[in-house]
Design a protein. Structure first.
Length: 258
């Protein structure tokens, strides 16, 4: 990952050790802020606000107001803003794709978040719009691919990473569901192959209990961030922050790090 890291509020995404990100999945402003308070005590590196869980997602003013309160509560931590679609494992929401893009534009322009996660499967014009709004306002874009059904082959997964880069992503993310141990190796192999070719940081994981090991050792293969449980889980297989931090310490010592 040398030379590929991006600096976000003093944190390096794509450095020697993966960053630990904790999702917030509260349905209301009060729950989001309560979750944030619990999570902050556990010292994550990054916060992800999963706005598809937020009941007032159709009210842009309410989203922005909660975003301001979240920014105040999380201090200098980087925030990822994510609406995960149903087709890629997210929650049902009250607005359509065009409205989602308008919401991303408003949040991107607000300066409240550092990263916007948007799925590659979205309409090409929508991907372009989100990317351009982010660039104008100094935010970074994670273009992502999720498959909760199975794990495609290595070549397909490598192409997902590289396609994200081609589409102008600052970070590429791939998350897949394994059906057996070989699928877990497929995800790690694809990450390593893509990391050798891509010029941007990558995030990858194999989900569920079978894939939990990838959240621990993904950094060895080129993944620059892992999701961990603060209070609520946003995907199967997420571990507690403290456990993941301990694993990273052990791996760092084993590899000759500090």
């Amino acid at each position: 990952m040398e030379g590929k890291g991006i600096e976000i509020r003093g944190k390096t995404l794509g450095g020697d050790t993966p960053l630990i990100c904790t999702p917030l999945v509260g349905k209301t402003r009060e729950r989001v802020l309560a979750e944030a308070a619990v999570v902050m005590a556990k010292n994550p590196d990054v916060i992800e606000w999963r706005v598809d869980y937020f009941e007032a997602i159709a009210d842009t003013a309410a989203v922005l107001e909660t975003g301001r309160a979240l920014r105040a509560a999380t201090g200098n931590l980087p925030i990822i803003f994510t609406r995960r679609s149903i087709r890629e494992g997210g929650e049902p929401i009250a607005i359509g794709d065009a409205e989602v893009v308008k919401l991303y534009d408003a949040v991107g322009a607000s300066g409240l978040v550092e990263l916007l996660d948007f799925e590659m499967s979205n309409d090409a014009e929508h991907v372009r719009s989100v990317r351009e709004t982010a660039r104008k306002n100094g935010a970074k874009v994670i273009l992502s691919y999720h498959n909760f059904g199975y794990t495609p082959g290595v070549d397909f997964l490598v192409q997902r990473f590289l396609e994200a880069e081609r589409l102008g992503a600052d970070v590429a993310k791939v998350a897949v569901m394994p059906r057996d141990r070989a699928d877990v190796l497929t995800l790690l192999a694809a990450t390593a192959q893509a990391a050798a070719k891509a010029r941007i940081p990558l995030i990858s994981m194999s989900m569920g209990p079978l894939g939990a090991v990838t959240r621990m050792i993904g950094g060895v293969f080129g993944s620059s961030l892992s999701f961990a449980v603060g209070e609520g889980s946003s995907a199967p297989g997420q571990m507690p922050i403290a456990d993941l931090r301990a694993v990273y310490d052990v791996i760092g010592r084993a590899r000759g790090g500090r």
